[in-house]
Design a protein around this ligand. Structure first.
Ligand code: PLP
Length: 390
């Protein structure tokens, strides 16, 4: 049986897999079992910020595994503590709760918000069209796209979904408990919130006193050239949820809370068996230090600017194919005037891996270690694919 046949037999059919049989990764490259090399602009869906087989991550995982892999949250481990302290130091948030994934972080944030609102007569949780917050019920209750929701009804009550990037439609009041927001929508097609939209939310927050919760699961921890996507705007969220890059490829998420919510949770109110796993945290310490203390966040900014410039040139060269290039740092979307599946498949044949999101947006979220030479390599392949398909 081929791998594809075994896959069809073994799994629920939830994923459309790529036709690749990967053997190993190194830096920004993946290698298949026939020895072909792929430049990875997809980065394990924005997870592999330090690339593949980063020696520091590998060493940290190995060293921690020799001591203990799991203890339970009856213990505080030095790895979890150091990672929490690094998160506080580099983000300015006051408190940390470790989850296992992004969507679990979102669920925890909903619980913190509800508890905070329970003594304040605030009940309504607001989110926005085209958002992606995860696959659990709280997260799905904040999402409008049919492809994620259809058939899973009913969803949770007291959630409303307002139009994204429409300041005039911000129907918020004293009853609003929290506003959940991706400052750059990821799955939705790499769409940044507009300055006016965020300014309107910040103004209404001052008037009505609701919480602002930033979903930074895809955009956070330096990818956009700043600590968070919200760092590009004049707003201070009360809670941020991070996940993807934090564990160097191991599963971990974190809810980061400001002083406003620091005392909401007390003993036994929230918990998890695996969250804050010491091996994930040991890897996370390396990730945080590389991004915030060894210049990777700066590289995300300079490489991102360089990449955007090259992609802007492609847009000018192929206006009938490319309608927009947008994003911040190394979170970039190339919007096409047609579905991007075929384009991404051709790029793969040319040795460059990218992901197609929202049907017509090529999503570029490479490891933050990517160099200008590697960006040039990607641009060369994209140019020749665009020329062929125009
Ligand atoms: N929020 C955003 C913005 C995401 O991009 C994702 C995943 O793609 C999630 C939430 C869900 O995270 P996870 O898949 O780790 O549950």
């Amino acid at each position: 049986m081929t791998i594809a046949e075994r896959e069809r037999d073994a799994f629920f059919h939830t994923y459309k897999r790529l036709p690749l049989d990967i053997d190993r990764g190194e830096g920004v490259y993946l290698f298949d079992k026939s020895g072909n090399r792929y430049l990875d602009l997809f980065g394990g869906l924005a997870v592999n910020a330090l690339g593949y087989a980063h020696p520091g991550v590998v060493r940290a995982i190995h060293e921690q595994s020799k001591r203990f892999i799991h203890l339970s949250n009856y213990f505080v481990t030095d790895a979890a503590l150091e990672l929490a302290e690094l998160l506080r130091k580099h983000t300015g948030f006051a408190k940390v709760f470790f989850s296992n994934s992004g969507t679990e972080g979102i669920e925890g944030a909903i619980k913190i918000a509800r508890l905070w609102g329970s003594t304040r007569e605030k009940t309504e949780i607001v989110s926005f069209t085209n958002a992606f917050h995860g696959r659990t019920y709280g997260a799905l209750s904040m999402m409008d796209r049919v492809k994620y929701r259809s058939g899973f009804e009913p969803f949770l009550g007291n959630f409303s979904i307002l139009p994204f990037n429409d300041p005039a439609a911000l129907n918020l009041s004293d009853g609003t408990l929290a506003v959940f927001l991706e400052f750059i929508q990821g799955e939705g097609g790499i769409v940044p919130a507009s300055e006016e939209f965020v300014a309107a939310i910040a103004g209404l927050q001052r008037r009505h006193g609701f919480l602002v919760v930033a979903d930074e699961i895809q955009s956070g921890i330096g990818r956009t050239g700043r600590p968070f996507a919200f760092s590009h705007y004049d707003i201070s969220p009360d809670i941020a949820v991070v996940a993807k890059p934090l564990g160097g490829g191991l599963p971990i998420g974190a809810i980061l809370g400001s002083a406003a919510v620091a005392d909401v949770l007390d003993i036994g109110r929230h918990g998890t068996t695996f969250g804050g796993n010491p091996v994930s945290c040991a890897a996370g310490i390396v990730v945080m230090k590389e991004i915030f203390e060894s210049g990777l966040m700066r590289n995300a900014e300079t490489s991102g600017t360089y990449f955007m410039k090259g992609l802007g040139d492609l847009r000018e060269a192929f206006p009938s194919l490319v309608s927009a290039v947008r994003g911040k740092g190394l979170m970039i979307g190339v919007e096409l005037r047609r579905p991007c599946d075929a384009v991404v498949a051709e790029m793969l044949r040319g040795g460059v891996l990218a992901n197609c999101t929202n049907q017509n947006v090529i999503r570029i979220v490479p490891p933050l270690i990517i160099t200008k030479e590697q960006i040039d390599e990607a641009l060369r392949v994209m140019r020749s694919v665009f020329a062929r398909l125009t």
